[in-house]
Design a protein around this ligand. Structure first.
Ligand SMILES: NC(=O)c1ccc[n+]([C@@H]2O[C@H](COP(=O)([O-])OP(=O)(O)OC[C@H]3O[C@@H](n4cnc5c(N)ncnc54)[C@H](OP(=O)(O)O)[C@@H]3O)[C@@H](O)[C@H]2O)c1
Length: 124
């Protein structure tokens, strides 16, 4: 029996793949959500795969409903990628979580998120 239900957003990423693998090892029932699905996830009958875009409200709601925890590693895959999609996406994710009563999220940020208190370093 699973210890809980975990939704991984961005499971196609290198980090996401590791999270899915480790969560399974620890006994979580894993659902993955993204704009595409990896064969290794689709072919694993213990993983539920949900395909959708970052702004697909209804599909996202279906994926989030009934989960205990969300881990999100969505993020721009390169410095040239459009990062503007992620702010509304996270608003939607958090709003949907509130609506369906899911209270826990762990979300990776990125070095492209700036804060006025940041000090210059090699990446910026
Ligand atoms: N790698 C690093 O050096 C580094 C450093 C600092 C922070 N981070 C952050 O850590 C997280 C994971 O990094 P990573 O390198 O393992 O993964 P990654 O290659 O940055 O992949 C990010 C994930 O987000 C998805 N994604 C990107 N743009 C999207 C869009 N427009 N619509 C829907 N999905 C989108 C990707 O889906 P697809 O597979 O479909 O593209 C993928 O699942 C990211 O948030 C990244 O910004 C990474």
């Amino acid at each position: 029996m699973a210890i809980g239900k975990l939704l991984v957003l961005g499971a196609t990423s290198p980090t996401g793949k590791l999270i899915v693998k480790r969560a399974q090892e620890l006994g979580w029932k894993v659902t993955v959500y993204g704009r595409r699905t990896l064969p290794e996830h689709a072919e694993d009958s213990s993983i539920k795969t949900v395909q959708g875009q970052l702004d697909d409200e209804d599909i996202l709601r279906t994926a989030i409903a009934d989960q205990h925890v969300v881990i999100s590693v969505f993020g721009p895959s390169s410095s040239r990628a459009d990062a503007d999609v992620f702010v509304p996406a996270y608003r939607l994710i958090l709003q949907t979580m509130r609506c369906v009563g899911v209270k826990r999220i762990i979300a990776l940020s990125t070095y492209s998120v700036v804060d006025p208190r940041d000090k210059p370093n090699l990446l910026r």
